[in-house]
Ligand binder design. Structure first.
Ligand code: UDX
Length: 426
């Protein structure tokens, strides 16, 4: 099948790479010339395991092309995936201008039938509005189908998640495009959930809101566990064995980050309020996440009351391991807070190269702890789980370790006379 993917970001690149590998011909387009030039030579601008290999392979066998000729490729291909960004605006509503500009380009070039598949996360009602917009712009109803097909991939495992999703969610206005969708995903083995356009949009929002709720729940439990000297990881283990709850997304820490959860929760709150619904639970989930860093900086202050002029090393800058994405990273928010407290920050991340006038970034974990008073583990990279703690202890000036992701065995570090602090962890 001939497919055009509009938007060469995380979702777009993974979609283009996987669909071209399934045997389709995919033109991936973006207005960012620098990005497209790099991609043409197989240079992938994001760190995502397995993605570059897949792109290079499919560029070589001509299943995949990259281009800035957005109108031309939209006009040429019968199937259009929209995977452009929907960042939050100041009022919490998502900025749909990129999606709308793609629709304008479809309107101006449409001469034959297009299946328009929206993968970008958009608030409930958006796909329906897009359908109406096309009609208002005098596009014949038989000339297009709008399909909502939200994406559930996780950064760090994006390729695997797209080849092996646990479901394919499809929102349609009529059954006709379903056959097209099945052909597109013929290489992907997953159950289909077919619903309305708004139903599909709502599944995506509900899914992220629920996962964020699990995280904020366990983070609130961590605070209570701290007060009662209970290990929250024992509580999570006990909870997670109940199949009605499940063990995943119960890792307590400095809070969730990334480009999806914070933005999608804001989008859902905005959508609810627009209909005069006050979303009590979801706003509490956000509040727990927003206050988690302050609470654990305060815990740190019970041991080191004055952080000003203290040398603090932060391990991990990305919002989670196996990605170089620092969007809404808890680590970056933590660093900002520590800088406000007057601390000096040294940092190390296995892949992120961060440039900041007030942060000294190191290219080696052990160099980064030299002469430090405090070490904070902010992202759960494997490298930190298997750190040589006697080496760390020798390099540090002070002895305080805040394990912001509960990945260190407290006994190992305490044995070396390091002062261990965890998140709801004794
Ligand atoms: C998420 C959803 O999982 C995915 O389905 C959706 O398509 C996009 O948003 P992603 O943002 O890549 O994916 O990361 P995810 O692995 O879900 O983690 C999000 C954040 O939650 C990270 O900051 C992570 O550290 C944090 N997290 C996750 C926890 O703090 N505890 C957990 O138990 C799990």
């Amino acid at each position: 099948m001939n497919i055009c993917v509009v938007g060469a970001g995380y979702v777009g690149l993974t979609t283009a790479a996987v669909l071209s590998d399934c045997g389709h011909h995919v033109d991936c387009v973006d207005i960012n010339e620098v990005r497209i030039e790099r991609l043409k030579s197989g240079n992938v601008p994001i760190f995502e395991p397995g993605l570059e290999e897949l792109i290079v392979k499919n560029l070589e066998n001509n299943h995949l092309t990259f281009s800035t000729k957005v109108e031309e490729k939209i006009s040429k291909n019968p199937i259009i995936f929209i995977t452009v960004g929907t960042p939050s605006l100041k009022d919490g509503s998502p900025d749909l201008s990129y999606v709308e500009s793609v629709i304008d380009k479809i309107v101006t070039s449409i001469t034959s039938h297009k299946t328009i598949i929206i993968k970008s996360t958009v608030p409930p009602g958006t796909n329906e509005n897009i359908h109406q917009l096309l009609l208002e712009k005098n596009v014949e109803p038989d000339l297009f189908d709008v399909v909502s097909n939200p994406e559930f991939l996780r950064e760090g495992t994006a390729v695997k998640d797209m080849f092996e999703p646990d479901k394919i969610v499809i929102g349609v206005k009529r059954p006709e495009p379903l056959q097209v969708i099945q052909k597109i995903y013929k290489g992907v083995n997953a159950p289909y959930i077919v619903t309305s356009l708004s139903g599909a949009e709502m599944i995506k929002y509900a899914s992220n809101a629920f996962l964020a709720t699990k995280i904020s729940f366990i983070n609130e439990m961590a605070r209570i566990c701290d007060a009662y000297e209970v290990n929250v990881s024992d509580v999570a283990l006990g909870l997670g064995t109940d199949p009605r709850i499940g063990p995943l997304f119960l890792r307590s820490g400095l809070g969730y980050g990334g480009s999806c959860f914070p933005k999608d929760l804001e989008g859902l709150v905005y959508a609810a309020k627009k209909k005069d619904i006050q979303p009590e639970l979801i706003t509490s989930v956000q509040k727990v996440n927003d206050t988690q860093i302050d609470i654990y900086v305060n815990k740190l202050k019970t041991v080191v009351p004055d952080l000003s002029c203290k040398k603090i090393t932060v391990w991990g800058l990305s919002f989670k391991p196996n990605t170089d994405d620092i969007r809404y990273s808890a680590s970056i928010r933590l660093i900002e807070k520590l800088l406000e407290e007057g601390a000096t920050i040294q940092a190390y991340d296995p892949v992120v190269k961060f440039e900041h006038p007030e942060i000294i970034c190191h290219s080696n974990a052990y160099d980064s702890v030299k002469q430090s008073d405090i070490l904070i583990v902010a992202t759960e990279w494997n490298e930190f789980k298997s750190a040589d703690w006697s080496k760390v202890q020798k390099e540090m000036k002070g002895n305080v370790v805040l394990d912001g992701r509960n990945i260190i065995d407290p006994r190992t570090v305490r044995h070396l006379d390091l002062h261990y602090l965890g998140v709801g962890q004794l």
